[in-house]
Ligand binder design. Structure first.
Ligand SMILES: Nc1ncnc2c1ncn2[C@@H]1O[C@H](COP(=O)(O)OP(=O)(O)OP(=O)(O)O)[C@@H](O)[C@H]1O
Ligand SMILES: [Mg+2]
Length: 360
């Protein structure tokens, strides 16, 4: 789990990672046009935005559990919120849903403050809480039917939608089984079906994949992508850092603050301070380091535990041929110069280190 990994990491450094959407993303383009604190009426002209948060905070008693969140979520995206236990993911989701009112800042969902939503607005939302409660004595179908009734769906329109929700999570064959007799993974699938039944535009899924096996998790992500491709907006929290890779955009939180945000690639770049290249060879001495430092676009060089050189460059693709040339000119023998793509586990640990403390 994320929290353990971060908490176990020694040697924290301090560095600030900018918590602003990186330039160039479609959402950003609108941000620069309108500014982060756009008013309701201006948001009406930003129909591509599902969520706008500007300096949002939440205080419980005398504790700031969420601080100064500024981000945007475009419609038709999978937006991930990743972070260790207690970092404020659920609180953020609850504010977006209008269950909690922010203590400060501005938060708009589909152009309006969510705590002022009326029933009609809420019907466009789906929420899968972290701890969903199914009725164990009721069958799969009856649980689904109950969810449909909560959302005010009429009897006649219900049947088809129930079937379709069951289809999506592949529980058609289990429709008559009591929910209490299903495996944990099947229950989680039924919970997902319960939030899909009224075909919401925006789905909030709070750790939907927690505690389920990797095969089923991959299936869940297939479902999420299908829903996204059908035009839905999905806001998903997870403690599985590797799932960041499946999101269109990801926000990394720590201690109630946003420490990185962007596409997975952009977050990787933010964490590493550039793009990573690994240089290996039989004798990479000081000459090699000097030659590498002289290459345009190289940000830093450091020796790894296995005596390779780790290079961070602005653009790895451009730097690799230049590095080869510079090392050859300096008469340094090289085995390999290879672009690296750090895993999201590494990216996450770096971000937590850079934010200057333990993950939990
Ligand atoms: N109603 C509340 N009253 C007081 N403190 C709260 C309340 N809800 C949450 N908190 C505190 O806010 C912090 C963030 O909690 P939150 O549930 O948002 O974290 P999380 O990132 O969802 O964690 P997890 O991954 O364990 O679900 C925690 O310290 C929690 O104890
Ligand atoms: Mg939570």
């Amino acid at each position: 789990m994320v929290g353990h990994r971060a908490a176990d990491t020694p040697g924290y450094r301090t560095m600030t990672v900018e918590a602003r959407p990186p330039a160039g993303s479609p959402v950003d383009a609108s941000a620069s046009r309108e500014g982060p604190a756009a008013s309701d009426s201006r948001l009406e002209s930003m129909p591509e935005l599902a969520v706008l948060a500007a300096g949002v905070s939440k205080r419980f008693d005398d504790k700031d559990v969420v601080q100064d969140l500024t981000f945007q979520i475009g419609r038709g995206q999978i937006f991930g919120i990743v972070g260790p236990s207690g970092c404020g993911k659920t609180t953020t989701i609850r504010m977006m849903l209008g269950v909690l009112k922010p203590s400060g800042g501005e938060l708009l969902l589909m152009g309006r403050p969510p705590h002022l939503f009326r029933r009609r607005d809420r019907q466009r939302l789906g929420y899968m809480p972290q701890l969903f409660v199914l009725f164990p004595e009721l069958s799969v179908w009856e649980n689904l039917n109950f969810a449909a009734s909560i959302y005010g769906m009429g009897w006649f329109s219900r049947g088809k939608r129930l079937e379709s929700a069951l289809d999506i999570v592949e529980l058609g064959d289990a429709r008559s089984r009591p929910a209490g007799q299903l495996s944990g993974g099947m229950q989680r699938r039924l919970e997902l079906a319960c939030v899909l039944v009224h075909e919401p535009d925006v789905l909030f899924l709070d750790e939907p994949t927690a505690g389920i096996d990797p095969v089923l998790r991959a299936k869940f992500w297939d479902h999420f992508r299908e829903l996204r491709d059908a035009g839905r907006t999905l806001i998903i929290t997870t403690q599985y850092v590797t799932e960041s890779e499946y999101c269109d955009r990801v926000a990394v939180m720590r201690d109630g603050r946003l420490i990185a945000i962007g596409s997975p690639e952009e977050v990787r770049r933010q964490a590493m301070g550039g793009e990573a290249i690994r240089v290996t060879g039989p004798d990479l001495d000081r000459r090699a380091v000097t030659a590498i430092r002289g290459v345009e676009g190289v940000i830093r060089v450091r020796r790894s535990d296995d005596d390779a050189l780790e290079v961070i460059a602005e653009d790895a693709g451009r730097a690799v041929p230049d590095l080869l040339e510079a090392l050859a000119a300096a008469d340094v023998e090289v085995t390999e110069v290879e672009e690296q793509r750090p895993s999201f586990d590494d990216v996450f640990v770096r971000l937590m280190e850079a934010a200057g403390g333990r993950g939990e």
